[in-house]
Structure formats: C-alpha cells, structure tokens
Write a protein that binds this ligand. Sequence first.
Ligand SMILES: CCCCCCCC/C=C\CCC/C=C/C(=O)SCCNC(=O)CCNC(=O)[C@H](O)C(C)(C)COP(=O)(O)OP(=O)(O)OC[C@H]1O[C@@H](n2cnc3c(N)ncnc32)[C@H](O)[C@@H]1OP(=O)(O)O
Ligand SMILES: Cc1cc2nc3c(=O)[nH]c(=O)nc-3n(C[C@H](O)[C@H](O)[C@H](O)COP(=O)(O)OP(=O)(O)OC[C@H]3O[C@@H](n4cnc5c(N)ncnc54)[C@H](O)[C@@H]3O)c2cc1C
Length: 672
Amino acid sequence: MKANRPKRDVHPDLARERLKCNFNIEEVTNIIDGGKDKTLERKKIEDIALNNGACLDEIPDECLSIKERYENAIRKSCIYSNIVRNEMLEITGMENFESPVLRRTADAFFKDISPFMLHLGMFVPTLIGQSTPEQMAEWLPKALDMKIIGAYAQTELGHGTFIRGLETTATYDPDKEEFVLHSPTITSYKWWAGGLGKTANHCVVMAQLYTQGECHGTHLFIVQIRDLDTHMPLPGIKVGEIGPRMGFSSADNGFLGFNSFRIPRQNMLMKHAKVEKDGCYVKSAKHGKLTYGTMVFIRVTLVSEMSFNLSKAATIAIRYSAVRRQTELRPNEPEPQILDYPTQQHKLFICIATAHAFQLTSKWLWDTFQAVMADVRKGNVDALPELHALSSCLKAVSTSDALSHIEQCRFACGGHGYMLSSNLPFIYSFVAATRTYEGDYTVLLLQTARFLVKAWEQAESGNNVTPTVAYLNRTANTKRVVWDNTHEGIIQSFQAIAAGKIGQCVRSIRDRIKSGMDYEDAWLMTTVQLVAAAEAHCRAVLVNTYWNEMIRLTKSSSANVKTVMHQLAVLYLMYWALEKTGDLLKYSSVSKQDLDDLQRRYEELLAALRPNAVSLVDAFDLRDEILHSSLGSYDGCVYERLMEEAQKSPLNAEPVNPSFHKYIKPLMQGKL
Ligand SMILES: CCCCCCCC/C=C\CCC/C=C/C(=O)SCCNC(=O)CCNC(=O)[C@H](O)C(C)(C)COP(=O)(O)OP(=O)(O)OC[C@H]1O[C@@H](n2cnc3c(N)ncnc32)[C@H](O)[C@@H]1OP(=O)(O)O
Ligand SMILES: Cc1cc2nc3c(=O)[nH]c(=O)nc-3n(C[C@H](O)[C@H](O)[C@H](O)COP(=O)(O)OP(=O)(O)OC[C@H]3O[C@@H](n4cnc5c(N)ncnc54)[C@H](O)[C@@H]3O)c2cc1C
C-alpha cells in the first residue's frame, strides 16, 4: 500500500521565513549529527530507506482497527528489517545496529511503534551485554539476522520498580542440567514486554535463581517461547497481549507465564555470574548490579531519543506557527503569524534549545558510558555508581522535560494540534511512556539521591568526589553563592542550588535520626526533598554539559553559527534560571532587580532568535516521512493537508452512515 504524495509549492510565509535566515543551516545540522561525515551517512541511509515510498501508508494508522494496525506494523517491520539487514548495516557497520539513524528511519515507517523495536532495542543489547562469548556466538548472529525475534521480559504484573521483588523462579535441576521456569502466582506473570504478546519467539526473562536450595537473586535467561515454524506457544508457556493502552498500540506488549517450563543450563546468560553443571553458583566477581546493564544502556540512549522526539514536535509547531495567522493586533492590519507572539516564542524556542541541550549531553553521556564499560571489561567498576546516578537522573529529567515541552508544542498548535494527523498526540503518548519505563521518574531520582548524599558526606569531610559532583567540593560549605548574570554565574548558581538542596536533605535526615527515627524512616520522610535535590543536580549537570559541549563543538564554526548556537544555550540557561527563581533567592544573592533584568534579557533573546526560528528547525533536517504531520511538512501547506487527511476518515467513505437508518431516523419518527 504505497501512497502518492502531491508535490506542492512552499507556502509563501515559510518561504519568507527561510529568506530571513542568517546562519548556515548545514553547519548546524552537522553539529547535531556529530560531524559532516555523519550527516552524509545519515542522508545516504535515509535515501535508501525512504526514497522508494515503502514507509508510506494509504490509510492512516489511526483509522485502522487494533488488529489491522498490528498487522500493518508487522508488514512494514519486515520490509524495514530487510532494508536494515541488507542495505543499512552495510553502511553503519554491523556493530552499530543501535545507530540513531536506524531509529530515525524507523520513525518514517511507524507513526506509532514497530513490534520489532524491543528486539533491536533491548533483546540484542542484552545478548551483547550479558552473554559469554559462546552464548554470543550462538544467539547474536541469529538475532541480528532476524532468524529469532526477541523481547525483554522483566516486569511482572505485581512488580516493575522493585526488581528484587520479582516472583518468577528459575530452579536448577542438576540431574537434567536444566532450569525450571515457573510462575507461582498471578502477580508473577511477566507483563508489559514490547513485542512479547504476538511477535517474539524468544525472550530474555529475569527470574529468581534457585540452586542447591538457595535463592541467589534475579538473573537473566534466554527462553524460546514459540515454535519457529508454527509460531504456536510451546507447551508450558502462556503468552498473549495485555490490551489497549494510551500509546504503543502496535507494540503488542505482552504477558507471559511459565508452568514448570524447562530450558538448558546454557540458557542462563552467564557473563557475570554462573551456575556450574553440578549446581554450584559462582557470583559476579565484579559488581552485583551488572545484570541491570541493559537498563543502564537504554537509559543512556533515551536522552538522545528525547532530543529526537522534541525536535520533531518543535519542527511541527514552529512551521505551523509561521503559517498560522490569528487575531488583528491593530484594526485593519493583517493578522500576524502566531510565531510573532512572544508568548508563542516562549513556548517554542525553549523546545529547540532543549533538543540541542539533550543532543549534546547525550553524546557526552554516551562517551562516558563507553569509557565506564571499557573499564568494567578490565575489571574496574569504580565508576559504575556515578554512571548509574548520572544515567538515572538524566533519563528521569530528559523524559519528563521532553514530555512537558511536547505538550507545549501541542498547545502552541491550538485545536489542530489535537488532531492525530498533526502527529503531536502520537509523539506525546510515546514520550509519556518513557517517563515510566526503564525506571519511573521518582524512583530513578531517588537512586541518584543515594549517590548524592554519599558524595555530600565525602565532600563535607574534605575528601575529593567524582567529576560530576566535583562542584560539592567548592560549594558544600558555602551558604549562598554570589549572583553573577553571566553564563558562568548562572551555571554556578545551579550548582549552588543542587549543593544547597543536597545539604538540606542530609541535615533533615540527621535531624530526624536525632529525634529518634531509624535511618530508613528518616530517609523516607525526606524523599520529597531528595527527589528535588536529585533534579537540581541533574539541571546543574545539564547546563554545564550543554554549555561546555556547545563551546567545544562550535570552535571552528562560522561566526553566525557560533552566535545562534550561543543564543540557544543562553536561552536555555535563562529559561531555567527564571523557572527556578525561588531556588535562586534561597541559594544565591540574586535580587529582585537582577531577576527583572534577567526577564528583560530573556525577552530580548526571544526576539533575537525569532528571524532564525524556522531555519533552526529546518536544521534538524527531519524529512516529511519522519514527521508524519499535516501541520509540520516542509512546504507548510497545512490546510490542504488537514483537509486531505480528513477525507481519509472511514466515516467519510459513505455519504450516509447506516446508523442513521437504524437509530436516528426511528428516533426522529418516534418509532424507537
Ligand atoms: C536501538 C536503540 C533503540 C533505543 C530505543 C529507544 C526507544 C525504545 C522504545 C521502547 C522501549 C520500551 C522498553 C521498556 C523496557 C523496560 O521498561 S524494561 C524494565 C525496566 N525496569 C526498570 O527500570 C526497573 C527500575 N528499577 C530498578 O532499576 C531497580 O530495582 C532499582 C530501583 C535501581 C533498585 O534495585 P535493587 O533493589 O536491586 O537495588 P538496591 O538494593 O536498592 O540497591 C543496591 C545498590 O545498587 C545500586 N544500583 C542499583 N541499580 C544499579 C545499576 N543499574 N548500576 C549500578 N548500581 C546500581 C543502588 O544505587 C544501590 O547502591 P548503594 O547501596 O551504593 O546506594
Ligand atoms: C509502554 C511501556 C513499555 C514497557 N516495556 C517493558 C518491556 O519491554 N519490558 C519490561 O520488562 N517492562 C516494560 N515496561 C514496564 C516498566 O519498566 C515499568 O512499568 C516501570 O519500571 C515502572 O514500574 P511499575 O509499573 O511497577 O510502577 P510502580 O513501581 O508500581 O510505580 C507506581 C508509583 O509508585 C511510585 N513508587 C514505586 N516505588 C517507589 C519507591 N521506592 N519510592 C517512591 N515511590 C515509588 C512510583 O513513583 C509511581 O508513581 C514497560 C512499561 C510501559 C509503560
């Protein structure tokens, strides 16, 4: 089902906007992509994947039934996987299966989500991160070649957050050298895994390992759940889909139960801990939490995923705002483009800046992740707690911020933003899930808080702390930082806010203990503050990293690119300083006058960025196929597209709906 898309002239308002641009768009695109060569590679891959129109649908996804949507998603997933396998991986290299380019092109095929997403997104990374070399040799080629399709089944009906509370058991039977997987209760059923319901024939299962009569906690197992030929569930397996949800409609999120289901001993993923043939358990020599590695990996990748989703929403809302005109400012004058309203700019320019902040931070986080993993491979796990703290808070804050900014983009598009054809509701519901999955927002910030409290205690006693909390060594014993409205001053204020909040948490915990509480209760009573402290720490990391990376990456840029990238970063700092005025008043010497000045400078910056707004979203270089939006296409022909999409509504297939004759007419005639 290929759809032909009419070619249209660019809307004159958008054409005028593009003439106003004063910087080199391609240079900015190169910065976002990570270099000119990366942009060229991305474009080449996008051409291969998208130019033949296989990604386009005749009938919009939203007009299909649940079953049709799933079947269409499978059809396209197979086409897409074939392109990835045969053409794209050749360019990126097999080892770069998680390349952001693959993720971007996948979005052109799936307005919602591919049922295969979790195969490449979590199943394959788990094989890579948790297998022995022998297991990798056995499973990875099959998985990359789509000979087997996998899911990641960790969460259960009764537990998601508290992994240690999972109930599925894997009991070793040394006589047969097998594990027996069992779901002892209804709450132990696996629940939520993407692709598990109808698509996957294998999955990674997290279960409590029992051997020689002892429980050794949760471990990972690879399990075949369906026959490779008939696709029927194997005896002892109960599997299905969990039912309609807010988004992820074509991901066939599934449930899974085991009735004493046997798997060979070799199916325990044994990179970090092992069970010998005789049942002897050998625990990980390095770190007990290395089995959580896939989650850390995905948390790291989610920061760039948030940048991508926000850049899509911002592109849609800004192009629409350049075309949409509303309200006479003065009698008989033309209605302005809504993008000219400073309130609209306030809603939207922060979205562009945040997409950059997340993109640059995500590259830095990815490099940090790679470096820590290289150390872990050499047996050094010293940096793991810091990586866990960092990836937890950046995942929490980036998903939460992206979600609220995407909602602002929808608000910025008025009623039309509510249309599914705008794609904003899809982007929103997709991102809404990210705040919960891979670790709920609050839960992850509390993980970071544990690390911060320890770091505070170290800094307080004069010891040096790890790099991302090094600011504690400077600020732990300072009451209030002196306000300074330069970028350095604002960054230092964010660090002072974080340090002040962490310090206050430590004092609260200590006071509560002094008044008779035990540590656990004192911690629990302080968790509202601890979440706020971890968020503040994350903001300090974000502003600092974004600024430093922006300076580093624009060193050899042309003058106007430097200026516009600088403006975006300053906008980001000012926006958050103004959002956090209460904290600034508490932890810095900022005065009312300073805040009024900051507000004025912020408003001037919105005006300065206005002429470049459309070109800044053009620099995200998102093809129309990826945007899927009646409001956001490059040509800006918003009204034509809205009308065209409306015609596709199944309700418009016939002039009179049969329900008229069945119900309305009898009602009108008093015959019902
Ligand atoms: C191709 C690329 C594609 C990208 C695609 C992006 C789009 C993807 C589309 C869809 C994907 C949807 C997929 C969704 C999948 C899932 O959701 S999978 C399930 C994820 N589940 C979770 O994240 C659960 C969250 N819970 C936890 O992580 C943990 O339970 C916990 C909250 C961290 C607590 O764990 P636990 O109880 O075991 O630990 P504690 O005893 O409390 O802590 C002991 C110490 O260990 C430290 N710790 C915990 N975790 C880690 C870790 N991962 N690494 C290092 N250290 C860790 C913890 O802080 C304690 O330290 P301390 O004692 O020093 O304080
Ligand atoms: C779209 C989607 C896809 C998913 N895909 C997968 C998948 O592929 N594989 C998989 O295994 N799982 C998957 N999940 C499950 C997901 O990982 C969990 O839902 C998530 O980790 C949250 O756990 P929970 O549902 O148990 O929430 P709960 O932990 O029950 O959280 C409920 C509330 O309690 C709060 N809370 C919980 N514990 C604490 C605490 N200690 N302190 C303070 N507050 C707390 C939370 O903040 C939250 O507000 C998916 C979920 C979604 C929504």
